[in-house]
Design a protein around this ligand. Structure first.
Ligand SMILES: O=C(O)CCC(=O)C(=O)O
Ligand SMILES: [Fe+2]
Length: 343
Protein backbone atom coordinates (compact mmCIF):
# COMPACT_ATOMS: atom_id res chain seq x y z
CA UNK A 1 0.00 0.00 0.00
CA UNK A 2 1.23 3.43 -0.86
CA UNK A 3 1.33 4.93 2.55
CA UNK A 4 2.60 1.91 4.44
CA UNK A 5 5.37 1.20 2.01
CA UNK A 6 6.50 4.70 1.51
CA UNK A 7 5.98 6.85 4.48
CA UNK A 8 4.54 5.69 7.71
CA UNK A 9 6.41 7.72 10.24
CA UNK A 10 6.04 6.15 13.63
CA UNK A 11 5.77 8.74 16.33
CA UNK A 12 5.85 6.96 19.69
CA UNK A 13 4.76 9.44 22.30
CA UNK A 14 7.43 8.44 24.78
CA UNK A 15 10.15 9.37 22.35
CA UNK A 16 8.61 12.38 20.75
CA UNK A 17 10.84 14.77 22.65
CA UNK A 18 14.10 13.06 21.74
CA UNK A 19 16.17 13.88 18.70
CA UNK A 20 13.67 14.01 15.93
CA UNK A 21 15.56 12.20 13.24
CA UNK A 22 16.24 9.21 15.42
CA UNK A 23 12.73 9.07 16.74
CA UNK A 24 10.82 9.40 13.55
CA UNK A 25 11.78 6.35 11.57
CA UNK A 26 10.41 6.30 8.12
CA UNK A 27 9.00 2.83 7.77
CA UNK A 28 12.19 1.19 9.01
CA UNK A 29 11.77 0.93 12.74
CA UNK A 30 14.68 -1.45 13.23
CA UNK A 31 17.21 0.37 11.18
CA UNK A 32 19.34 3.30 12.25
CA UNK A 33 18.58 6.07 9.84
CA UNK A 34 20.90 8.84 8.98
CA UNK A 35 19.76 12.23 7.94
CA UNK A 36 20.40 11.62 4.27
CA UNK A 37 18.28 8.50 4.08
CA UNK A 38 15.43 10.20 5.84
CA UNK A 39 15.62 13.15 3.53
CA UNK A 40 15.58 11.01 0.40
CA UNK A 41 12.74 8.91 1.62
CA UNK A 42 10.57 11.85 2.54
CA UNK A 43 11.28 13.46 -0.80
CA UNK A 44 10.43 10.29 -2.70
CA UNK A 45 7.24 9.68 -0.83
CA UNK A 46 6.09 13.23 -1.35
CA UNK A 47 6.93 13.52 -4.98
CA UNK A 48 5.82 10.07 -6.08
CA UNK A 49 2.81 9.71 -3.91
CA UNK A 50 1.27 13.12 -4.23
CA UNK A 51 2.08 14.20 -0.74
CA UNK A 52 -0.30 12.00 1.11
CA UNK A 53 1.18 10.28 4.06
CA UNK A 54 0.13 8.64 7.25
CA UNK A 55 1.59 8.64 10.67
CA UNK A 56 1.02 6.20 13.44
CA UNK A 57 0.44 7.48 16.88
CA UNK A 58 1.46 5.28 19.78
CA UNK A 59 -0.93 4.11 22.44
CA UNK A 60 -1.51 7.07 24.66
CA UNK A 61 -1.68 9.42 21.73
CA UNK A 62 -4.06 7.00 20.17
CA UNK A 63 -6.24 7.26 23.24
CA UNK A 64 -6.39 10.99 22.76
CA UNK A 65 -7.54 10.46 19.17
CA UNK A 66 -10.25 8.06 20.36
CA UNK A 67 -11.51 10.55 22.95
CA UNK A 68 -11.47 13.26 20.33
CA UNK A 69 -13.64 11.21 17.99
CA UNK A 70 -16.07 10.38 20.77
CA UNK A 71 -16.36 13.99 21.89
CA UNK A 72 -16.92 15.07 18.32
CA UNK A 73 -19.85 12.66 18.07
CA UNK A 74 -21.13 13.90 21.43
CA UNK A 75 -21.17 17.44 20.15
CA UNK A 76 -23.08 16.62 17.00
CA UNK A 77 -25.56 14.54 18.98
CA UNK A 78 -26.58 17.60 21.01
CA UNK A 79 -29.98 19.11 20.31
CA UNK A 80 -29.83 21.75 17.57
CA UNK A 81 -30.73 24.45 20.06
CA UNK A 82 -27.49 23.77 21.99
CA UNK A 83 -25.36 23.75 18.87
CA UNK A 84 -26.94 26.98 17.65
CA UNK A 85 -25.67 28.69 20.79
CA UNK A 86 -22.20 28.51 19.26
CA UNK A 87 -23.15 29.57 15.77
CA UNK A 88 -20.23 30.54 13.55
CA UNK A 89 -18.97 34.12 13.87
CA UNK A 90 -17.45 36.41 11.28
CA UNK A 91 -14.03 34.89 11.93
CA UNK A 92 -15.37 31.53 10.78
CA UNK A 93 -15.23 30.08 14.27
CA UNK A 94 -18.23 28.24 15.59
CA UNK A 95 -20.94 25.89 14.49
CA UNK A 96 -22.07 25.76 10.88
CA UNK A 97 -25.42 24.03 10.60
CA UNK A 98 -25.55 24.08 6.81
CA UNK A 99 -23.12 23.35 4.14
CA UNK A 100 -21.52 26.72 3.45
CA UNK A 101 -18.18 25.89 1.95
CA UNK A 102 -17.98 25.68 -1.77
CA UNK A 103 -14.37 24.83 -2.39
CA UNK A 104 -15.01 23.81 -5.98
CA UNK A 105 -17.60 26.30 -7.28
CA UNK A 106 -17.23 25.23 -10.91
CA UNK A 107 -18.36 21.70 -10.18
CA UNK A 108 -20.19 21.98 -6.91
CA UNK A 109 -23.74 23.24 -6.47
CA UNK A 110 -24.46 26.02 -4.02
CA UNK A 111 -24.54 24.33 -0.68
CA UNK A 112 -26.31 27.07 1.21
CA UNK A 113 -29.37 27.00 -0.99
CA UNK A 114 -31.50 24.23 0.38
CA UNK A 115 -33.67 23.86 -2.69
CA UNK A 116 -30.70 23.08 -4.89
CA UNK A 117 -29.29 20.47 -2.56
CA UNK A 118 -31.69 17.58 -2.20
CA UNK A 119 -30.55 17.10 1.41
CA UNK A 120 -27.48 14.96 0.95
CA UNK A 121 -24.47 17.15 1.51
CA UNK A 122 -25.16 18.20 5.04
CA UNK A 123 -22.09 19.23 6.92
CA UNK A 124 -21.99 20.31 10.48
CA UNK A 125 -18.80 21.82 11.64
CA UNK A 126 -17.26 23.60 14.54
CA UNK A 127 -14.02 25.50 14.36
CA UNK A 128 -11.76 26.07 17.28
CA UNK A 129 -8.63 28.10 17.47
CA UNK A 130 -6.85 28.13 20.75
CA UNK A 131 -3.75 30.07 19.98
CA UNK A 132 -4.94 33.08 18.07
CA UNK A 133 -8.55 33.64 18.98
CA UNK A 134 -10.13 32.85 22.29
CA UNK A 135 -13.37 31.16 21.47
CA UNK A 136 -14.55 31.46 25.04
CA UNK A 137 -18.19 31.20 24.07
CA UNK A 138 -17.56 27.90 22.34
CA UNK A 139 -15.46 26.46 25.10
CA UNK A 140 -17.59 27.61 28.00
CA UNK A 141 -20.85 26.28 26.76
CA UNK A 142 -19.45 22.82 26.62
CA UNK A 143 -18.27 22.92 30.18
CA UNK A 144 -21.90 22.46 31.13
CA UNK A 145 -23.28 20.27 28.42
CA UNK A 146 -20.32 18.07 27.50
CA UNK A 147 -18.05 17.21 30.43
CA UNK A 148 -14.41 16.73 29.44
CA UNK A 149 -15.00 18.21 26.01
CA UNK A 150 -12.64 21.14 26.36
CA UNK A 151 -9.81 19.07 27.85
CA UNK A 152 -10.08 16.51 25.07
CA UNK A 153 -9.94 19.20 22.39
CA UNK A 154 -7.00 20.97 23.98
CA UNK A 155 -4.99 17.80 24.53
CA UNK A 156 -5.47 16.63 20.97
CA UNK A 157 -4.73 20.11 19.68
CA UNK A 158 -1.37 20.12 21.46
CA UNK A 159 -0.48 16.65 20.23
CA UNK A 160 -1.45 17.41 16.67
CA UNK A 161 0.72 20.51 16.76
CA UNK A 162 3.65 18.52 18.07
CA UNK A 163 3.26 15.90 15.35
CA UNK A 164 3.00 18.59 12.66
CA UNK A 165 6.19 20.20 13.94
CA UNK A 166 7.96 16.85 13.73
CA UNK A 167 6.82 16.41 10.14
CA UNK A 168 7.85 20.00 9.39
CA UNK A 169 11.41 19.10 10.37
CA UNK A 170 11.48 16.27 7.88
CA UNK A 171 10.07 18.49 5.19
CA UNK A 172 12.67 21.17 5.88
CA UNK A 173 15.47 18.61 5.55
CA UNK A 174 13.98 17.30 2.34
CA UNK A 175 14.15 20.86 0.99
CA UNK A 176 17.82 21.26 1.99
CA UNK A 177 16.97 23.71 4.73
CA UNK A 178 17.89 23.46 8.40
CA UNK A 179 15.71 20.96 10.21
CA UNK A 180 14.34 23.79 12.37
CA UNK A 181 13.54 26.09 9.50
CA UNK A 182 9.76 25.74 9.72
CA UNK A 183 9.71 25.12 13.45
CA UNK A 184 11.26 28.53 14.20
CA UNK A 185 9.74 31.39 16.26
CA UNK A 186 9.18 33.44 13.08
CA UNK A 187 7.28 30.62 11.39
CA UNK A 188 5.59 28.52 14.02
CA UNK A 189 6.09 30.62 17.15
CA UNK A 190 2.42 31.63 17.14
CA UNK A 191 0.94 29.38 14.52
CA UNK A 192 -2.61 29.49 13.30
CA UNK A 193 -3.69 26.01 14.19
CA UNK A 194 -7.30 25.10 13.75
CA UNK A 195 -9.14 21.99 14.76
CA UNK A 196 -12.31 21.39 12.83
CA UNK A 197 -14.92 18.77 13.62
CA UNK A 198 -16.99 17.56 10.72
CA UNK A 199 -20.07 15.42 10.52
CA UNK A 200 -21.34 14.37 7.12
CA UNK A 201 -24.60 12.71 6.19
CA UNK A 202 -26.14 11.76 2.87
CA UNK A 203 -25.05 10.60 -0.53
CA UNK A 204 -22.83 12.33 -3.04
CA UNK A 205 -23.61 12.55 -6.71
CA UNK A 206 -20.68 14.08 -8.59
CA UNK A 207 -22.73 14.17 -11.81
CA UNK A 208 -25.07 16.65 -10.09
CA UNK A 209 -22.31 18.53 -8.34
CA UNK A 210 -23.14 17.05 -4.94
CA UNK A 211 -20.14 16.26 -2.77
CA UNK A 212 -19.42 15.90 0.91
CA UNK A 213 -16.63 18.36 0.20
CA UNK A 214 -15.74 19.50 -3.31
CA UNK A 215 -12.26 19.19 -4.79
CA UNK A 216 -9.72 21.49 -3.19
CA UNK A 217 -6.32 21.66 -1.60
CA UNK A 218 -5.89 23.08 1.88
CA UNK A 219 -4.37 26.53 2.17
CA UNK A 220 -1.75 26.17 4.80
CA UNK A 221 1.39 24.27 5.67
CA UNK A 222 -0.19 20.88 6.30
CA UNK A 223 -3.34 19.20 7.58
CA UNK A 224 -3.64 16.13 9.79
CA UNK A 225 -6.92 14.28 9.44
CA UNK A 226 -8.38 11.83 11.95
CA UNK A 227 -11.36 9.94 10.57
CA UNK A 228 -13.83 7.43 11.95
CA UNK A 229 -12.86 4.76 9.41
CA UNK A 230 -15.79 5.39 7.06
CA UNK A 231 -14.39 5.73 3.54
CA UNK A 232 -15.01 9.06 1.89
CA UNK A 233 -11.80 11.00 1.51
CA UNK A 234 -10.39 10.81 -2.01
CA UNK A 235 -7.22 12.25 -3.53
CA UNK A 236 -6.27 13.08 -7.07
CA UNK A 237 -2.57 12.66 -7.65
CA UNK A 238 -2.54 14.59 -10.90
CA UNK A 239 -4.89 17.53 -10.91
CA UNK A 240 -4.16 18.27 -14.58
CA UNK A 241 -5.08 14.79 -15.83
CA UNK A 242 -8.14 14.56 -18.05
CA UNK A 243 -10.24 12.91 -16.81
CA UNK A 244 -9.03 13.26 -13.26
CA UNK A 245 -8.49 10.01 -11.40
CA UNK A 246 -9.77 9.94 -7.84
CA UNK A 247 -8.65 7.33 -5.31
CA UNK A 248 -10.08 6.58 -1.89
CA UNK A 249 -7.66 7.03 0.97
CA UNK A 250 -7.75 3.82 2.99
CA UNK A 251 -8.43 4.13 6.65
CA UNK A 252 -5.63 2.75 8.81
CA UNK A 253 -6.40 2.14 12.46
CA UNK A 254 -4.26 4.38 14.63
CA UNK A 255 -3.00 6.50 11.76
CA UNK A 256 -3.65 10.06 10.73
CA UNK A 257 -3.68 11.28 7.17
CA UNK A 258 -1.31 14.13 6.32
CA UNK A 259 -2.10 16.50 3.46
CA UNK A 260 0.39 19.12 2.43
CA UNK A 261 -1.11 22.54 1.82
CA UNK A 262 -0.69 25.28 -0.76
CA UNK A 263 1.82 27.21 1.33
CA UNK A 264 4.15 24.23 1.25
CA UNK A 265 3.81 24.22 -2.53
CA UNK A 266 4.83 27.90 -2.58
CA UNK A 267 7.80 27.46 -0.21
CA UNK A 268 9.08 24.51 -2.23
CA UNK A 269 8.42 26.27 -5.57
CA UNK A 270 6.14 23.45 -6.66
CA UNK A 271 8.51 20.61 -5.76
CA UNK A 272 5.95 19.51 -3.18
CA UNK A 273 2.47 19.71 -4.57
CA UNK A 274 -0.44 20.39 -2.28
CA UNK A 275 -2.81 17.44 -2.07
CA UNK A 276 -5.97 17.74 -4.15
CA UNK A 277 -8.75 16.02 -2.24
CA UNK A 278 -12.52 15.79 -1.89
CA UNK A 279 -15.08 13.84 0.10
CA UNK A 280 -17.61 11.47 -1.45
CA UNK A 281 -20.46 10.25 0.74
CA UNK A 282 -22.30 7.00 0.49
CA UNK A 283 -25.34 7.34 2.71
CA UNK A 284 -23.33 6.66 5.83
CA UNK A 285 -22.68 9.02 8.67
CA UNK A 286 -19.06 10.09 8.54
CA UNK A 287 -17.06 12.00 11.12
CA UNK A 288 -13.67 13.49 10.40
CA UNK A 289 -11.44 15.92 12.25
CA UNK A 290 -8.90 17.88 10.27
CA UNK A 291 -6.23 19.87 12.08
CA UNK A 292 -4.98 22.69 9.87
CA UNK A 293 -1.56 24.16 10.48
CA UNK A 294 -0.65 27.55 9.14
CA UNK A 295 2.31 29.66 10.27
CA UNK A 296 2.27 32.95 12.20
CA UNK A 297 -0.08 35.63 10.86
CA UNK A 298 2.74 37.92 9.77
CA UNK A 299 4.95 35.23 8.26
CA UNK A 300 5.79 35.85 4.59
CA UNK A 301 5.21 32.82 2.41
CA UNK A 302 7.80 32.82 -0.34
CA UNK A 303 9.97 30.47 -2.34
CA UNK A 304 12.84 29.09 -0.24
CA UNK A 305 16.38 29.96 -1.35
CA UNK A 306 17.15 26.27 -1.87
CA UNK A 307 14.20 25.88 -4.26
CA UNK A 308 15.10 28.56 -6.79
CA UNK A 309 17.84 29.27 -9.27
CA UNK A 310 18.36 31.31 -12.41
CA UNK A 311 16.69 28.59 -14.40
CA UNK A 312 14.01 27.96 -11.79
CA UNK A 313 12.63 31.31 -10.72
CA UNK A 314 9.95 31.57 -8.01
CA UNK A 315 6.60 30.51 -9.46
CA UNK A 316 4.36 31.97 -6.76
CA UNK A 317 4.34 35.57 -5.52
CA UNK A 318 5.45 36.19 -1.94
CA UNK A 319 2.48 36.93 0.29
CA UNK A 320 1.80 37.53 3.96
CA UNK A 321 0.13 34.58 5.61
CA UNK A 322 -2.87 36.55 6.94
CA UNK A 323 -3.49 38.22 3.56
CA UNK A 324 -3.40 34.89 1.79
CA UNK A 325 -5.74 33.21 4.25
CA UNK A 326 -8.26 36.05 4.10
CA UNK A 327 -8.32 35.82 0.32
CA UNK A 328 -8.80 32.07 0.37
CA UNK A 329 -11.54 32.09 3.01
CA UNK A 330 -13.49 34.66 1.06
CA UNK A 331 -13.24 32.57 -2.08
CA UNK A 332 -14.87 29.51 -0.54
CA UNK A 333 -17.22 30.62 2.22
CA UNK A 334 -20.72 31.83 1.60
CA UNK A 335 -21.82 34.87 3.51
CA UNK A 336 -22.33 33.52 6.99
CA UNK A 337 -25.58 35.48 7.38
CA UNK A 338 -27.17 33.03 5.01
CA UNK A 339 -27.37 30.59 7.92
CA UNK A 340 -29.93 32.72 9.63
CA UNK A 341 -32.62 31.62 7.25
CA UNK A 342 -31.93 27.97 8.04
CA UNK A 343 -31.70 28.40 11.79
O1 LIG B 1 -13.52 15.10 5.82
C1 LIG B 1 -12.40 14.91 5.38
O2 LIG B 1 -11.85 13.80 5.43
C2 LIG B 1 -11.62 16.02 4.72
C3 LIG B 1 -12.16 17.41 4.99
C4 LIG B 1 -11.39 18.45 4.27
O3 LIG B 1 -10.78 18.22 3.27
C5 LIG B 1 -11.35 19.83 4.78
O4 LIG B 1 -12.10 20.12 5.72
O5 LIG B 1 -10.55 20.63 4.26
FE1 LIG C 1 -9.33 19.77 2.90
Amino acid sequence: MWCQDLFVAKVPNSTINRSILKDILVNKPNKEMNEMETKTQVEDSIIQESLLTCIDLANSDHQSVLSLKQQSKNFFALPLVEKMKVLKNEKHRGYTPFYDQIPDPENQVQGTCNQLVPFPAFILSIFLVYKIYTPSKILKIHLYVLPGWRETMEKYHQEALRVCKAIAKLLALALDMDADYFDSPEMLGKPISTLRLLHYEGKSDPSKGIYGTGAHSDYGMMTLIATDGVLGLQICKDRNAKPQKWEYVPSIEGALVVNLGDMMQCWSNGLFRSTMHRVILNDQNRYSIPFFLEPNHDCIIECLPTCQSESNLPKYPAIKCSTYLTQRYEEVHANFRSYEKHA
